[in-house]
Design a protein around this ligand. Sequence first.
Ligand code: AMP
Length: 184
Amino acid sequence: MTRVVLVGPPGAGKGTQAAALSDRLGVPHISTGDLFRGHVGQQTPLGQEAKRYLDSGELVPDSVTNEMVRERLTEPDAANGFLLDGFPRNTKQAEVLGGMLAEKDTALDAVVELQVPEDQLVARLLDRGRTDDTEDVIRRRQQVYRSETAPLLEFYSDIVVPVDGVGDIDEVSTRVLDALGKRA
Ligand code: AMP
C-alpha cells in the first residue's frame, strides 16, 4: 500500500518524481496543479474559477480544491494508493484529506519532503517555462509555500521523511524509494 504525499517548495521536483515513481510503485500520480490546468484548458466552470488563482500564484479556495480531490480519489485506480503532488497545501486541506481517508478506513503511509536549496528553485522554475512561471508569480508561490504549506511538515511530523532533492532524476527517485522502504 502506497499512500504518499510529496511536499516541497515550488521547483523541488515533486511532479517529476511523482511521474517517475508512479509506474514503479503501481499507483497513480495525482497532481492538483495538473487537474486545475486540465480544467482551465477545457474551460470548464471549475477551470474558469481556478484560472485567476493559478495566474497569480494564490491557492484556489479549499472548497473547490477539496471536492476535486475527493472525486479523483474515488476513481478505481486510486483504491490501492496514490502519489499526491501539490495536495494538501495547507493544514485545513490536510485535515480534510485525513477525513476522506478515514472514511475508507485508510490513512497516509508517508509524507516525502523534497529538500532543495532556495537558490536552485527559481532557476529550475525559470527553466520549466510554464505560463505561471513568471518571476512575480514564482515569488508569490514561494511565499505561499512558506506561510501556508510548510506548516504541513509540523502537522505530519510523525510520518515525514526528508529526502535530498538535489541530483539527477534517477538519483533522487532512488533516494525516495529508499526512504519509503520500497527499493527492490
Ligand atoms: P502546481 O502545479 O502544484 O505548482 O500548482 C499550480 C497552481 O495550482 C498553484 O499555484 C495554485 O494556484 C493551484 N493549486 C495546486 N494545488 C493546489 C491546492 N492543493 N490548493 C490550492 N491551490 C492549488
